[in-house]
Design a protein around this ligand. Structure first.
Ligand code: UT7
Length: 319
């Protein structure tokens, strides 16, 4: 069975860095509170860059790393919740910039689980024989969608993009996605329309989150997902060489590691420097590890994500 092989990775974060100390001047918060409750010390902010522009930069790096030309791409899948246009989708904007004229292009909306969602879909295309080279991207700029007067959410997020070139091969051992539909616990309403027919009550188009509920859900889903995909792959979680989780809160990660009996040295994180970059968080950290030469052939690697929806996803692959 050919489930696809990660042939290249790339990532991009905007140059502007916003430290916790900078946020202290904007809302009533402190570096100590943010570090203690989340592990975050800084985040990158997109400013004038669009999600598509960040995605293009990550995509070019992944293609270069894989040694693949954009014209060889059969499919571009982008996991994002923050593209600047409803249509065209971000995947089409990436295609236009990189000249991937043969590729079909789709965006997938699964919030912070976006990268796992495009991974699952991409590997199905490869397995079916319909695609040989699939570009998977997770890209988000939630800094544009948070309420900068709400200290409970604006301190959490950062912007960035990560990309993976999925080629032919067989490195994926197991993958699964779940959803537990919940309209309220974590949402971003659409901006109000000016339609005379629209009688829906207007809502503030900012990210709204019940942090405690998401926290509880995240720890439990993270552990059960990793246990499930490890079991499907025929290994114990303790046999993992690397775990790359969604980077939402260091305390969520530490608590899950404790329950999974996995030492923290085998977990890769970037939240301290990057904040929560939503769908980009896993592919950015994966690319950083690949670039540093941490991943060796045969390593067992698990990816695990959770986010609004509520959605979750996890997989086990061999590098
Ligand atoms: O990728 C998307 C998924 N999202 C997540 O996974 C987020 C999951 N949730 C969390 O990470 C945590 O719930 C938060 C980091 C969002 C919040 O941490 P918490 O330990 O649950 O804090 P809390 O909401 O219970 O707030 C504790 C106190 C409150 O004050 P009182 O009521 O105790 O006086 C808040 O008003 O901390 C206050 N607070 C802050 N203080 C300083 C909330 N935000 C801040 C802040 N700075 N930025």
């Amino acid at each position: 069975m050919k489930n696809g092989r990660i042939a290249g990775t790339g990532s991009y974060v905007p140059e502007t860095i916003w430290k916790n100390e900078d946020l202290e001047k904007m809302v009533e918060t402190s570096d100590a509170w943010i570090r203690e409750r989340t592990g975050i010390g800084a985040r990158h902010i997109a400013g004038e860059e669009t999600v598509a522009q960040m995605a293009v930069k990550a995509a070019r790096r992944a293609l270069e790393n894989a040694g693949i030309c954009s014209t060889e791409l059969d499919l571009i899948l982008v996991g994002t919740s923050s593209s600047e246009s409803i249509f065209p989708n971000t995947a089409c904007l990436v295609q236009d910039e990189i000249g991937a004229f043969r590729a079909a292009c789709l965006d997938v909306s699964a919030a912070c689980t976006g990268f796992l969602a495009v991974y699952e879909l991409g590997q199905l295309y490869i397995r079916s024989g319909k695609a040989k080279n699939v570009l998977l991207i997770g890209a988000d700029a939630l800094s544009r969608l948070v309420d900068w007067n709400d200290r409970s959410t604006c301190v959490l997020f950062g912007d960035g993009a990560g990309a993976v070139l999925l080629g032919e091969g067989d490195s994926l051992q197991s993958i699964h996605l779940t959803a537990k539909g919940d309209p309220q616990v974590l949402c971003i309403p659409q901006p109000p329309s000016n339609s005379p027919f629209d009688i829906l009550p207007p809502q503030q188009p900012f990210l709204q989150m019940n942090g405690k509920e998401v926290y509880k859900f995240a720890v439990s889903a993270f552990c059960s997902d990793v246990t499930e995909v490890c079991s499907q792959a025929g290994i114990q979680p303790q046999q993992l060489d690397w775990l790359i989780p969604h980077q939402a809160n260091l305390r969520i990660i530490e608590s899950a590691l404790h329950k999974l009996k996995l030492p923290s040295q085998r977990c890769l994180t970037g939240i301290q420097r990057l904040g929560n970059t939503s769908a980009a968080s896993i592919p950015i950290v994966l690319d950083e590890a690949n670039t540093k030469g941490l991943l060796h052939p045969g390593d067992w690697i698990a990816l695990s994500a959770f986010g609004a929806g509520l959605t979750t996803g996890a997989c086990v692959l061999r590098w």
